[in-house]
Design a protein around this ligand. Structure first.
Ligand code: NAD
Length: 292
């Protein structure tokens, strides 16, 4: 069994980007600038955005955090989005999800300029991804593909079962795994909450990508020997014995499933860190595209 070490690979990617940014500086070029918009004070969102901004600083990017109060109106948020679209200093930006209930998420994401949409959530970018065109691939599926690539995991002709059909993970990774290329060329089954006999499907899988958000959902008796496991789930489980009052766990019953797996991602330290690295990669791409 080999651990797909997202922490290690994400550090490699960040080092590669750091070198490119230093070269940009030497050439007297503008360095990439990522902005993040956060509405409200959701604990997990604050952690994610904080870590994205810190990562920018470490690798030499410029970054701007726009933290708006919970009661921000949809209209004001849309104004902020238009401002970012029109600000030539900003290469890319993200609007951290989830947004407060009174704001229409779809409306906001549709307002983001696709050329600055480093999260790859805009329909233009999602559509281009589905058609194998140059685009911004959303950071989590992009991170999974990069991890498979760097560990040389063979995906061609393999049966991949994706669990979860969200627009940000399950749906796009199912498309990417079936695309022509390496990684890719996989035969994909996309399972979701209405899927019947999931265990029958996962038992046939050479690769399982789990993105449903139910702690330790995927058990050892649901997978075959030699399977590759990508665990996207991140759930905070309340635990008074921990300093923070919770611990983080994935969708996979790691201790037992890992015994049968040939490759497996841990949680934490698997897909999570890759997501941040690929957001930075997309911001670098945005800068390069704006230069050309
Ligand atoms: P979501 O929460 O929007 O949707 C969950 C999906 O799981 C749905 O499509 C649903 O149909 C499916 N599902 C639910 N119960 C099921 C069941 N019993 N059997 C089969 N399918 C079932 O999904 P999301 O936003 O992709 O998040 C999924 C998990 O991934 C969460 O834990 C989230 O925190 C995590 N996540 C991690 C990263 C990362 O960087 N590692 C990024 C995004 C999301």
């Amino acid at each position: 069994m080999e651990i797909l070490d997202g922490k290690k690979i994400s550090n490699q990617i960040k080092e590669e980007i750091t070198v490119e940014v230093a070269q940009m500086k030497e050439r007297g070029e503008k360095v990439p600038h990522l902005a993040a918009v956060l509405v409200g004070n959701d604990g997990a969102s604050l952690t994610y955005v904080g870590s994205k901004v810190r990562s920018c600083k470490k690798i030499g990017f410029e970054s701007t955090l726009i933290h708006l109060p919970e009661e921000t109106t949809e209209e004001d948020l849309l104004k902020q989005v238009h401002q970012l679209n029109n600000d030539p200093a900003i290469d890319g930006y993200i609007v951290q999800l989830p947004l407060p209930k009174h704001i229409d998420e779809e409306k906001v994401l549709m307002a983001v300029d696709p050329d600055k949409d480093v999260d790859g959530f805009h329909p233009t970018n999602f559509g281009k991804m589905a058609l194998d065109m140059e685009t911004f691939i959303s950071a989590t599926p992009f991170g999974i593909m990069e991890l498979l690539k760097r560990y040389n995991v063979d995906t061609e002709g393999k049966h991949t079962v994706v669990i979860g059909r969200s627009h940000i993970v399950g749906r796009p990774i199912s498309i990417l795994m079936s695309q022509k290329g390496k990684p890719g060329n996989s035969t994909v089954t996309l399972a979701h909450s209405r899927t019947k006999n999931l265990k029958e499907l996962t038992l046939q899988a050479d690769i399982v990508i789990s993105a449903l958000g139910v702690p330790r959902f995927l058990k050892a008796d649901m997978v075959k020997e030699g399977v590759t496991i990508i665990d996207v789930g991140i759930t905070r489980v309340a635990d008074d014995t921990k300093e923070k009052g919770y611990y983080i766990t994935g969708d996979v019953d790691f201790d037992y499933v890992s015994k049968k797996a040939s490759f497996i991602t841990p949680v934490p330290g698997g897909v999570g860190p890759m997501t941040i690295a690929m957001l930075l990669k997309n911001t670098l791409l945005a800068r390069e595209r704006h230069n050309n």
